[in-house]
Design a protein around this ligand. Sequence first.
Ligand code: F6P
Length: 364
Amino acid sequence: MGKPLKIAINTGGGDAPGLNAVIEAVVRSAYNRQYEVYGIRNGYSGLLDTDEIIHLAPEKVRHIASQGGTILGTTNKGNPFHMPFTNMAGEVEYRDVSNRVVENFRRLGFDCLIAIGGDGSLKIAHDFHKKGIPVIGVPKTIDNDLAATEITFGFDTAVSIATEALDRLHSTAKSHERVMVVEVMGRTAGWIALNSGLSGAADVILIPEIPFEIEKVCNHIMGGELHGQHYAIVVVAEGAAPIAGNVIHKGEGEAGRQEVVLGGIGEYVAREISKRTGKDTRSLVLGHLQRGGSPTTFDRRLALRFGASAVRMIGAKKFGVMVALVSPDVKAIPLEKVIGQVKHVPLHGDTIQTARDIGISFGD
Ligand code: F6P
């Protein structure tokens, strides 16, 4: 018998409920094919400093599918092609340390890498594929904004948490006859806001795909007053912006991070509503609550399917691809067709239409 195939696996970018389910499925499917799986800590950091590489035996991952987070750790700052270092003068400079990753990968005798991540991590995975590492990407993000896959795991959990929050806010908003403005995640896509707003009976949903007019938001709320509804729920995606305004972000972000940190639009919208309508208004940011905790059963199943498919693709020697849900199957899509593209909410899709039909305003 030859030497067993050695799979390295890592998780990169922001965590999403379902990451551990992918890891469990990979390890258990690999074990049944006599492959070995090794966990790389914190994205690619574990291939720069290789002390903490862990052999993942099936007993180590038993039933971790139900747990949130990732047992491997993750980071959204560790791009080996553009790694930040602080020099002697205290300034941040960037270096390409990708060759060290490739050398360590080879020295440790790995045959392929399963990289679980969002767009940024999949781009890094693709760059390593071009440098000769056989890679399979597994898409993850609560934002659901990755191209080629119908849905990403983590999204259903985030929508469920946001919906539960909206359900709870109805009673307090009603008791105080207040407007509650809830800011949810999603970056430049409005999937979480749209789907939680629809299922949580929001009055107004503001998403990046539909620039809004604050005047129209206020008119809609005051229109409710005329019909005896003295409270309102407004869901705002963190990437939403008024027609005559910009997306609000929190400064320049951290060194090595590819994207700026969004946030603040909920507070802005609440301030404007209060000023223009005179109604008692409060805002809250759901933030990382949307990413924490156990994945829903939908996310677990999708993540398990992605993990097992990734191992089947290794068996079929299909590399440089990402697993994707193309219902009813999980398919392999070339990474180059996926990266750098954002899947936005379709403006004429059935979900937007449904929301409009039942009287939800998009502030347009
Ligand atoms: O991409 C997932 C996400 O949760 C976005 O919705 C959000 O803008 C961002 O990550 C937050 O990043 P961090 O965890 O670094 O604050």
